[in-house]
Design a protein around this ligand. Structure first.
Ligand code: CP3
Length: 342
């Protein structure tokens, strides 16, 4: 039994004393204790070493006492396991030296045995569960098939992922074959993570908002739905689509336990679009964490009033930025813990 089950209760839609809170990318570069480990080990070494990944996962919990931990790893370990080379270049970010651009390239992509290829992630889950001592739930995650395709085809981060979109629009058969291979791998991967001990999973569709509503259904949501349908009997699933407010109505019809939203949609509109029925998660502008702590506290209280304390998980609308002062992150978490309705 998990001692602090606020997060799991909110996912079930049960009433809570106050909403639970965690932050996307909460294990990251704004934490001095993270930077100390980062100086000694490169990115994928941190991901692949269970002692390091588990230690990094619990760092923010120790410091701030969030209501859920999220495993330190990356969405790009999945394409790595599928025979696609992925590097993390300092100053550049993700870098794939041989991007996928043709059916031939897609043919070389494998659907691996995840227990072998990603066994180190399962070891990290088990090590983290031991460190957490059932104090708070552990979230496992994966990128959406579309967001993974974005990196595989573009080869790096991008403002518009034009090459990824061009691939989908000019070679749709190859694109769908790749999306299905990623989906099959992701489903097997998340099932193993559940078996290893995660209490919920989140699908990050960070670049879903690059697509038109129609293209979103064809190239992203269809595949996310396969993942939700397969995982939901096993574990609550959170679907986070950045910039995807246009799809909220459709997303709310799925079996997802919760939907993540970013700051470009108001709580009121997000609730209306989702029929007031599903748990929502978000949506504080990460840059707002640079406002003075007193302003952060006031804004967080208003955000909870606007979403309502039930069927709600407090979070940012995207990952925390590296230059956020640690006491501002604390103000965000404390505002939720001190919440009293207006
Ligand atoms: O939320 C957490 O604390 C768990 C850890 C986590 C990381 N990446 C660690 C990480 C999670 C959930 C992710 C997901 C991820 N990775 C996403 C989806 C979420 C989002 O932000 O949209 C995406 C798109 C990626 C791909 C990726 N990995 C990017 C764009 C970067 C940043 C590159 C840079 O230099 O800024 C990474 C690297 C990465 N993943 C870092 C961390 C803490 C920073 C690099 C480092 O620590 O050396």
């Amino acid at each position: 039994m998990i001692k602090n089950d606020l997060f799991l209760r909110a996912l079930k839609g049960e009433p809570v004393e106050r909403p639970p809170v965690w932050m996307m990318r909460q294990a990251g570069r704004y934490l001095p204790e993270f930077m100390a480990i980062r100086e000694k080990y490169d990115f994928f070494t941190r991901c692949q070493t269970p002692e390091l990944a588990s230690e990094i996962t619990v760092q923010p919990i120790r410091r701030y006492g969030m209501d859920a931990a999220i495993l330190f790893s990356d969405i790009l370990v999945v394409p790595q396991a599928m025979n696609i080379q992925v590097e993390m270049k300092p100053g550049v970010g993700p870098w794939l030296p041989e991007p996928i651009r043709s059916q031939k390239d897609v043919d070389r992509v494998v659907v691996p045995d995840v227990t072998q290829a990603l066994g180190y992630v399962m070891e990290a889950v088990k090590a983290t569960k031991e460190l957490l001592c059932d104090e708070v739930p552990l979230i496992g995650f994966a990128g959406s098939p579309w967001t993974i395709l974005c990196y595989c085809v573009q080869g790096q981060g991008s403002k518009n992922f034009d090459k990824a979109k061009e691939f989908c629009f000019t070679q749709p058969l190859a694109a769908h074959t790749l999306l299905q291979k990623i989906t099959d791998t992701t489903i097997a991967y998340l099932k193993e993570k559940v078996a290893a001990g995660v209490n919920a999973v989140q699908i990050f569709d960070s670049w879903g908002g690059m697509l038109s509503p129609e293209d979103y259904q064809e190239f992203s949501w269809k595949y996310i739905q396969q993942i939700i349908d397969t995982l939901t009997p096993l574990v609550p699933v959170i679907a986070f689509g950045k910039g995807c407010w246009f799809a909220l109505e459709e997303m709310a019809k799925s079996k997802a336990a919760a939907l993540g939203v970013d700051w470009t949609v108001s709580p009121k509109v997000a609730r209306e679009l989702t029929g007031h029925s599903i748990t929502l998660q978000g949506n504080f502008d990460p840059v707002r964490l640079l406002s003075p702590p007193a302003v952060i506290k006031e804004m967080v209280t208003r955000m909870i009033d606007d979403f309502g304390k039930d069927r709600y998980i407090v979070n940012l609308g995207h990952g925390i930025l590296p230059h956020v002062p640690t006491d501002h992150a604390k103000a965000f978490i404390d505002a939720v813990k001190d919440y009293a309705p207006a």
